[in-house]
Every structure is written in structure tokens, then in C-alpha cells.
Design a protein around this ligand. Structure first.
Ligand SMILES: Cc1cc2nc3c(=O)[nH]c(=O)nc-3n(C[C@H](O)[C@H](O)[C@H](O)COP(=O)(O)OP(=O)(O)OC[C@H]3O[C@@H](n4cnc5c(N)ncnc54)[C@H](O)[C@@H]3O)c2cc1C
Ligand code: FES
Ligand code: FES
Length: 467
């Protein structure tokens, strides 16, 4: 039995855990405000909020309901556009009207829910963050500028928000209906039993790959729901090793104080990955198991010398991520085995890290080519170097030979040029919808140079690199 609160109503349902939240909202209840667009997480028309109790308060996040398996909202508060309606328009709805940010209106509930999720955050962000919160929403009518103006105007309305108690503040300031104040006590009453992991059942993380690729297959199959398993949710550093539980989401990594301390620029890198709602859903293990040659997290963690920690019953083993990808979509994982966590050595002081991604659109697009770069040096001498690249081979690729070549060399233009020729021998890009072989080769060359130009501008001559 799946139990959750939908707006102000407790739901008990026997529907399959793998059925979509969107279908439940639209076809099992009388709530047509949430729209069906692409059903692939791309348009945001189906955006809703999911709130769950974390440390005694309810934290809300935007999610796309088309890719959310019903089982993943057990014990949560799901809010659709109808759930924020009051007698008067909320300031978010008002901003959309005042800025002429809606025309046909099809996309509007999704935008309003993303922006409402944004105002619910435990921060006082600025207009850039307000605009970023709608990165997962597409509008075919307005041309976006009016919607951006609406987002911008909203960012001026919550400057006095009580970030300790955002829900109370938002209810008092008429952003949310009063029933939101009753939700924590009502959610606390819903039991969340820890279910054993069953070897023969499909593992489901956030569903952002599975629900796109195998929605029909998994509809009624039994599932191991991993997304909310507390045992797979930790991010910690112990004995100079950072461990990230397999069910940690992209946004949880991006905002983790532990990770921010190691890689302070992580937000700049991760904002290039998918969109706010997809980052709220997609997990690190889902990204690695998807094994797409351009999977951003795989590329990112390859350069950090990451290991994959696998478990089957009580047996555990660890595989370096660079050895985990055996061939296209084939990994070193046995039947019944699952990823418990990933871990990487915390780099001591004196290292630099950079991540580059080129895609056709800046946001909400997968990479044509992506690459991550780790370097430790003393003066001009490189002590340690690791470079990974996506979109240039059948698997997310650790560039072994290029990394080995660069280690113990001086940072000079000549060394970088030679590194590029070694790298070109290591890669085998194919022409596809994201670009021709030649384009991807050129792109990766430019990105290798970009790593050095960004990190060591004073040591690089653009003329010598011939760019
Ligand atoms: C609109 C959209 C945009 C996207 N943009 C990007 C992007 O920019 N960059 C990018 O890299 N990806 C992107 N993705 C892909 C996807 O969001 C990520 O790969 C995400 O990290 C997948 O995680 P998940 O938890 O949702 O995976 P799921 O769909 O839940 O699972 C994926 C696979 O992993 C397996 N799995 C999950 N957890 C485990 C585990 N612990 N052990 C063993 N197997 C496991 C599942 O069985 C399944 O086979 C996008 C997807 C969508 C829909
Ligand atoms: S219907 Fe397009 S994102 Fe869900
Ligand atoms: S107003 Fe028509 S799709 Fe946005």
C-alpha cells in the first residue's frame, strides 16, 4: 500500500509502485492542472512539489511527475497547482499575470510549481537562482523574457523570509494555503517500513532513466525502491576518504557542505547537468549504471579516482570506476549485485579540478563532449594528473595514457600539445546526432586546452597552442 498526502488529502493506493505519479494525479484523482507534455522529463509541464520530513521539518523539492514512480512518493507531501490555490492569487501566480508571462497557459502550472519550489528553499537566493529554478520548464508561446521577468520580480518578494521556518513565513505571507502547517504532523503518522533488498527485483533510483526507457516493462514488476533508503543516503568524509551513498541525488551532492569543502566550484559544474527537478530525482548510482558514454557524474568522478562499492547479500567488493565500464552499456556488476556507495580519496591541499561540458543548449541538454581534470603540481612540475572524457568512446573514458604522460611533466605549451596527440590516439568518437567524429576530436582538444587555460592562464600562450 502506497500512502502519501496529495495537496490536502491523504491517499492510500494499491496502484503499482512503478506506475507514474502523473497518471495517478490526472486520471485517478480529479486534478487536471498538472499537464502531460513530453513524458520524458524535458518540458516541465508536469512539475509538482514533493515534500518530505528531514530533521523534523518538511523540505520541498520540485520533481517531474511523469518520471516519478508512484512508489517514490510514499510518505511524502505531493503538491500540484491545485494544492497552492487560495481565494486570491499567490504572489508567484500574481507575478506571472503582472508580467504577461502566460499565453496559452499550458506550461504555466509547471512554471508556477517550479517557482513555488524555489521560494520554499531554505535560502534567500537572488534573481539568478530564481531564473535557474525554471531551467526544466519549456514554453512554446512567450519567448521566456516575460517569464524571466516574473521570476526576477519574485526574487524581490522574499528578502525577509525566515529561512529557519520558510513554510510558516510563506503561509503568513499568503504564498501558500494554511493547510501546509498541518502537513508535518500528518506525514509523521505515515509509516515508512525499511524493505529488504530483493535480488530478483529491478532497482529504481530516481527513475529519470528507467521511466524514460522502460516505463512499460517496469509498470507492474516488483521494484527495489532505493531513492529514499537512509542506508544509501550518506555523504561523509572519514580517514581521508569521501563516501557518497548510491541513492544520493545530483542536487544533494551539489549542495552538500562535505562536497563543497572539497570542490567549492561544484555548483558551477553541476548546474550544467539536466535541470532542477531532474537533479532533485537522479541519483549518482543511476548515472553510473546508466553507463551512457556522456554521463556527467561518471566523467566527473572518474577524474577524482573514484571507486564503486558493490554489495550482494553480505559480500562487498570495490572496483575502480575507471575499470567499471567494460564495453558499451556493459559494466563489471554481477546479477543481484548493487552499488552501495562510491568513494574517492579526499585530495589534500594544492590540487586543482575542472569540469567542462559542451552541449547544444547550455541547460537541460546532454553533452556532445564532456571532460573532467584533476591536477596537483609544485611550481611548474605536475605531480599527479587525471583526465576523463565523455562522448569520445563507447564508455565514459578515463584517459590513462594522457594522464600518465602528463604526470611528472612541466606545465608548458609543448607538453600540452603532445598530451593532445596522445589523447587523440586514445579516443574513438563516432559521428552521431551530437556531432561528427572530427568535431568531437576538435572539441576535446579545445577542452583539454581549456582546462589548462582556466587553471594556469599565466603559463599558457594561446598563440603557441594555435587557438
Ligand atoms: C530530461 C533529462 C535530462 C537529463 N540530463 C542529463 C544530463 O545533463 N547529464 C547526465 O549525465 N544525465 C542526464 N540525464 C540522465 C539521468 O537523469 C541521470 O543518468 C541520473 O543520474 C539517473 O539516475 P536515476 O536515479 O534517476 O536512475 P534510474 O532511472 O532510477 O536508474 C537507472 C539505472 O540504474 C540502476 N540503478 C540505480 N541505482 C542503482 C544502484 N544503487 N545499484 C545498481 N543499479 C542501480 C537502475 O536499475 C537502472 O538500470 C537526464 C535525464 C532526463 C530525463
Ligand atoms: S510531461 Fe514533460 S517533463 Fe513531464
Ligand atoms: S504559454 Fe503557451 S506554452 Fe507557455
Amino acid at each position: 500500500m502506497i500512502r502519501f498526502i496529495l495537496n490536502n488529502q491523504l491517499i492510500n493506493t494499491d496502484k503499482p509502485a512503478g506506475s507514474s505519479l502523473l497518471d495517478f494525479i490526472r486520471y485517478e484523482t480529479d486534478l487536471p492542472g498538472t499537464k502531460v507534455g513530453c513524458r520524458e522529463g524535458d518540458c516541465g509541464a508536469c512539475t509538482v512539489l514533493a515534500g518530505q520530513i528531514e530533521a523534523n521539518e518538511v523540505i520541498y523539492k520540485s520533481i517531474v511527475s511523469c518520471l516519478t514512480p508512484l512508489g517514490n512518493v510514499h510518505g511524502k507531501h505531493v503538491v500540484t497547482i491545485e494544492g497552492i490555490n487560495m481565494k486570491q492569487l499567490s504572489p508567484v501566480q500574481h507575478a506571472m499575470v503582472d508580467n504577461a508571462a502566460t499565453q496559452c497557459g499550458f506550461c504555466t502550472p509547471g512554471f508556477v510549481m517550479s517557482l513555488t519550489g524555489h521560494v520554499l528553499s531554505k535560502e534567500i537566493p537572488g534573481k539568478e537562482e530564481a531564473i535557474a529554478s525554471i531551467s526544466g520548464n519549456i514554453c512554446r508561446c512567450t519567448g521566456y523574457k516575460s517569464i524571466e521577468r516574473a521570476a526576477e520580480s519574485i526574487s524581490n518578494l522574499y528578502k525577509n523570509k525566515d529561512i529557519e521556518k520558510p513554510v510558516e513565513w510563506l503561509v503568513n505571507n499568503k504564498f501558500l494555503p494554511e493547510y501546509f502547517l498541518t502537513i508535518p504532523a500528518r506525514l509523521a503518522e505515515i509509516e515508512k517500513p525499511v524493505t529488504p533488498i530483493e535480488k530478483n527485483k529491478q532497482i529504481m533510483g530516481g527513475g529519470t532513466d528507467l521511466m524514460v526507457q522502460k516505463a512499460d516493462e517496469i509498470f507492474e514488476s516488483g521494484l527495489n525502491l532505493f531513492l529514499d533508503r537512509k542506508d544509501l543516503k550518506t555523504i561523509k568524509t572519514e580517514n581521508n576518504t569521501c563516501t557518497i551513498g548510491s541513492a544520493v541525488t545530483v542536487n544533494e551532492i551539489m549542495h552538500s557542505p562535505v562536497i563543497l569543502e572539497i570542490i567549492p566550484e561544484i555548483k558551477d559544474y553541476f548546474k550544467l547537468i539536466s535541470s532542477e527537478p531532474i537533479r532533485n530525482m537522479g541519483t549518482v548510482a543511476g548515472n553510473i549504471m546508466n553507463a551512457s558514454p556522456i554521463a556527467d557524474l561518471s566523467i566527473f568522478f572518474l577524474a577524482l579516482n573514484t571507486h564503486v562499492n558493490l554489495k550482494l547479500d553480505n559480500n562487498k567488493r570495490t572496483v575502480p570506476l575507471k575499470n567499471f565500464f567494460l564495453a558499451y552499456k556493459k559494466q563489471d556488476i554481477a546479477s543481484g549485485e548493487y552499488i552501495e556507495s562510491i568513494s574517492f580519496p579526499v585530495p589534500g591541499k594544492g590540487f586543482h579540478f575542472n569540469f567542462e561540458k559542451v552541449s547544444k543548449r547550455t541547460y537541460l541538454d546532454i553533452a556532445s563532449v564532456n571532460t573532467a581534470f584533476f591536477i596537483r603540481h609544485t611550481g611548474d612540475v605536475i605531480e599527479e594528473c587525471r583526465i576523463s572524457a565523455g562522448g569520445v568512446s563507447p564508455v565514459p573514458l578515463y584517459l590513462r595514457l594522457t594522464s600518465e604522460y602528463l604526470s611528472e611533466k612541466n606545465i608548458t605549451n609543448g607538453v600540452i600539445i603532445k598530451a593532445n596527440s596522445i589523447m587523440q590516439e586514445e579516443i574513438s568518437p563516432i559521428s552521431d546526432i551530437r556531432g561528427s567524429t572530427e568535431y568531437k576530436r576538435l572539441l576535446l582538444r579545445q577542452l583539454l586546452f581549456a582546462h589548462f587555460i582556466k587553471l594556469f592562464p599565466e603559463k599558457i600562450s594561446l598563440k603557441e597552442l594555435n587557438i
